[in-house]
Design a protein around this ligand. Structure first.
Ligand code: UD1
Length: 424
């Protein structure tokens, strides 16, 4: 076990920070490599994260060749030989996102067995939309012994309306549809940049996917897909986390090559608070006089709304801004656990169902706190930067799922933070 120790209170983050490829893009991109019967697929700009190792293992479990060259941040996948149709429980159970292999395995093999994803600390996270969509495409789906078993000798194109623009369901169905007979139309599809990145790779592999980034996706099925070469899109959530960190610490930070368009909902709220955010040739600069910032109300929504994956970090910013801010979480229930931990640091807040009221600007003190999920871990570390005295953050397995060298990057910007062995 390891934990992070932060000496906070006087930190002013300054300088430049480099952002990795997006975790939430690379996981479905890896799932897409299953579809290629010919040649290798090379993914570049891959973040070195535990979730990526898990997905590599899920795919290796299908007897597919996966080589991760960490020095060059490249993964080469060769799925051109016969593949297995059962995703191993051992790895699937470690990460809910591995459910996105269901569509590609089914499309390629005509049958697929994938373990039901387990519970999750940020909400119940059902997969009904994934399954209903596959059924609409002709799959017969049963459950047995904790597994989902899907069968369809050839998937059929279908018109699918998603009750909610689920990111994972859109990805699963989009990948399944690439090898279906005829045309599939997915309405009320998710519009996240990671969906666009997946469509880009699929099209390079020989698929015909149109409309990615809009509410309606059209996929014309083809007979066979081949390997391709693809750069993973930049991680907008990692970029956003550093933007918030700069705003909280009176900072002046250039987030190198950050993509303005992908971070627009966050930038809009930062500016409403009074944070200076500028689009420079080399990236996005975030500068703030933290003491002069104003409270705001934020509601999380599917893209292009404010991302739920920035909610925890943004509440940490709200905690240092004088006055009452409101955060409404509409995407996941039970995603305010970090606020309970931050209470141990002196945060004043009230939670009523999906709404959290943050009474900011009352000062945070260092404390020992535990990460409750991936983004909560970042929120707690950012809080530690501004809290007076020492903060210890434990349960770093959450952090390692989604942030590469987080403490090193913060040190590079002037923070006093180290990672040490042992429990917090
Ligand atoms: C993805 C992201 C996650 C992000 C989330 C929302 C990855 C690996 N993860 O997760 O970081 O927080 O998008 O932006 O990309 N839902 C259903 N039925 C379904 C599927 C989803 O009711 O079949 C509900 C969920 O319970 C949740 C909402 O839809 O309330 C959003 O979930 P979804 O967009 O599917 O998120 P994920 O793909 O799991």
């Amino acid at each position: 076990m390891e934990h992070i120790i932060i000496e906070g209170g006087n930190t002013r983050l300054q300088g430049e920070v480099v952002i990795e490829g997006a975790k939430n893009a690379v996981l479905p991109l890896l799932a897409a490599t299953i579809l290629a019967k010919d040649g290798q697929t090379i993914l570049r700009n891959v973040p070195i994260l535990s979730d990526v190792f898990t997905m590599n293992n899920v795919i290796r479990g299908l007897d597919i060749d996966v080589v991760f060259d960490e020095n060059n941040k490249e993964i080469t996948v060769d799925a051109s030989n016969y593949i297995l149709d059962k995703a191993p429980y051992e790895y699937v159970s470690q990460m809910r996102a591995s459910i996105v292999v269901l569509g590609p395995i089914l499309a390629r093999c005509g049958h697929a067995t994938v373990s039901m994803p387990g519970g999750c600390s940020i909400g119940s996270r059902p997969i009904d939309l994934h399954l209903k969509g596959l059924e609409a495409m002709g799959a017969k789906i049963t459950q047995s012994g904790g597994d989902i078993i899907a069968k369809a000798s050839k998937l059929q194109g279908a018109n699918i309306y998603l009750d909610f623009p689920s990111v994972g369901a859109t990805q699963n169905l989009m990948m399944a549809a690439t090898l279906a007979e005829g045309k599939t139309v997915i309405e009320n599809a998710a519009r996240e940049p990671e969906i666009v990145d997946l469509a880009l790779l699929l099209n390079k592999m020989g698929a015909i996917v149109k409309g990615a980034g809009t509410e309606t996706l059209t996929i014309q099925g083809v007979n066979r897909l081949h390997g391709a070469d693809h750069d993973v899109v930049q991680d907008r959530i990692e970029a956003g986390t550093f933007m918030v960190a700069a705003a909280m610490t009176n900072g002046d930070v250039l987030i190198k090559d950050a993509i303005w368009e992908h971070n627009r909902p966050l930038i809009s709220k930062l500016r409403e608070m009074g944070v200076e955010v500028t689009d420079e040739a080399r990236g996005i600069r975030v500068k703030a006089d933290t003491a002069s910032l104003k409270p705001v109300t934020v509601k999380t929504l599917p893209h292009p709304g404010f991302p739920t994956d920035m909610q925890a970090q943004f509440t940490a910013l709200m905690a240092v801004v004088d006055g009452e801010s409101t955060m409404i979480e509409t995407v996941f229930e039970n995603r305010f656990q970090h606020l309970e931990e931050m209470r141990r640091m002196g945060l004043h807040s009230e939670i009523l169902r999906e709404t959290a009221m943050i009474h900011g600007g009352q000062g945070l003190q260092g404390a020992t706190v535990m990460s409750t999920d991936l983004r909560a871990s970042a929120a707690l570390i950012l809080s530690g930067l501004v809290a007076k005295g020492q903060t210890k953050v434990g349960k770093l397995t959450h952090l390692d799922r989604g942030y590469y060298q987080f403490n090193e990057k913060l040190v590079g910007l002037g923070a006093t933070i180290k990672r040490v062995k042992g429990d917090a």
